[in-house]
Design a protein around this ligand. Structure first.
Ligand SMILES: Cc1cc2nc3c(=O)[nH]c(=O)nc-3n(C[C@H](O)[C@H](O)[C@H](O)COP(=O)(O)OP(=O)(O)OC[C@H]3O[C@@H](n4cnc5c(N)ncnc54)[C@H](O)[C@@H]3O)c2cc1C
Length: 398
């Protein structure tokens, strides 16, 4: 029996590895020629780090350069509203881990298992059917692979989801993000704070990424906003919104600001993640907002639940009917956490947008900040617990 997984992002690679290690034949198919696509999220929350540990993969961190966050700060109108230090009661702090070396290490390890096959640089273009059940995939180069189960781990624009006709209910599209990189200074290395800066109707976040000596900056824009990102004097724009020490950094390192990439933010939820012979996981089933870095963490937890159900079935060569029944159990187990996490992300994004778009609320907040800072901090912290530690219990049992 064979499982075909479409997409070698965090969902596809970790699931392929877990299955292959347990003696299940897996074919993993990835469209991109390598893992160095322009942008891949890299923040892992304690829940994601715990998932890697349960999978026996924490040791990979020893060989991959990564960076821990020290704190989160919110700066309104150039004044600090509040700061919260990591790890906020968790056993480990939020950690920035670059995806390309992680994915490469996972594939290397999977390749030591006999039944594992990795096809890279070819997209799937269609599904194969047999008796009204999905029975494999067709690649863009014409090759076909038969499968007892196809897993769509092919991200937010999932072709598997489209071919099977599973609906994605999208949240209204509000924002895009312009993603910049620029040089850091030693200050950022010694106290790596994820800063969110709101000034006037502008908001951006800045932190020292896993890559040594590089700051990442996410500039929030309305989805319909046009910008000539090549012409703008970004150093001056960022400096004009920042406290003086940071403004000085932008001006001194203006020539290191790289041309940004525009990342479109899609958030949604599939009411149904499965059909006979096929299951969607990760962003294919529930594309996540970047707010408080949930996507990779939730994807890793999807993988644990899927492995718990699928491994016993494939190890005992179960019937198709039993496999299809397990697919709905996987969704049922994951659904509460995903829906809650998306609600919490939406709440945080809505509050941010209210402040960004409403000058009255903004000026009230700035005036009352000395009085309200502690209350706002407490309410923010309450919301973070679930987004950092996970909402339901997820334990790898196979
Ligand atoms: C701006 C932004 C910042 C983010 N930052 C973070 C963060 O810091 N931390 C975090 O946890 N989450 C973050 N996220 C969310 C996170 O990126 C996703 O939730 C996560 O990558 C989902 O993993 P995945 O494996 O399901 O999908 P993906 O990572 O999208 O992987 C899907 C893979 O499938 C491949 N593929 C697609 N179509 C085909 C096909 N037809 N055939 C074969 N292969 C195919 C793709 O090439 C890709 O490699 C961010 C999102 C955005 C938009």
């Amino acid at each position: 029996m064979r499982i075909v997984i479409v997409g070698a992002g965090p969902t596809g690679t970790t699931l392929a590895l877990l299955l292959a290690k347990r003696g299940i034949a897996v074919t993993l198919i990835e469209a991109a020629k390598d893992f160095h696509r322009v942008f891949r999220g890299e923040a892992l929350m304690p829940s994601g780090l715990d998932a890697l540990e349960q999978m026996g993969l924490s040791r990979l961190l020893a060989d991959i350069p990564h960076r821990q966050l020290d704190a989160w700060e919110f700066i309104f109108g150039e004044k600090l509203l509040f700061r919260v230090d990591e790890p906020m009661g968790a056993s480990q702090p939020c950690t920035l881990l670059p995806q390309p070396p992680l994915l490469e290490a996972l594939i290397c390890e999977a390749q030591t298992n006999k039944g594992f096959q990795f096809i890279q640089g070819v997209a799937i273009k269609d599904l194969r059917w047999s008796n009204q059940r999905v029975a494999g995939v067709v690649l863009s180069d014409g090759r076909e692979f038969a499968a007892d189960l196809v897993i769509g781990a092919d991200g937010r624009n999932s072709l598997v989801r489209q071919r099977i006709g599973l609906e994605l209910v999208r949240q209204p599209k509000n924002i895009d993000i312009l993603w910049f990189k620029l040089a850091a200074s030693p200050k950022f290395a010694s106290d790596n704070v994820f800063r969110t800066i709101l000034n006037g109707d502008r908001v951006f976040s800045i932190f020292h990424a896993a890559e040594s000596g590089k700051l990442h900056l996410g500039w929030v824009m309305s989805a319909n906003e046009k910008t000539d990102s090549k012409q703008a004097n970004w150093a001056e724009i960022f400096a004009s919104l920042s406290p003086s020490w940071l403004a000085e950094h932008f001006r001194n390192h203006a020539d290191t600001i790289e041309s940004p990439i525009r990342l479109s933010v899609i958030v949604g939820y599939c009411p149904r993640w499965h059909a006979p012979g096929v299951l969607l996981l990760g962003d294919a089933a529930h594309p996540m907002s970047p707010v408080r870095a949930q996507g990779i963490n939730l994807a890793l937890r999807d993988v644990i639940v899927a492995a718990n159900h699928l491994v016993p079935l494939f190890q005992t060569e179960a019937q198709c009917q039993e496999i299809d029944m397990a697919l709905s159990q996987i969704q049922a187990e994951r659904q509460p956490e995903i829906i809650r996490a998306q609600q919490l992300q939406l709440k945080e994004a809505t509050q941010g947008e209210l402040l960004r778009k409403n000058p009255l609320v903004r000026s009230l907040l700035i005036q009352l900040a000395p009085l309200l800072g502690k209350i706002i901090q407490k309410s923010w912290l309450n919301r973070q617990y679930q987004m950092r530690q996970g909402i339901t219990q997820v334990h790898l049992t196979v």
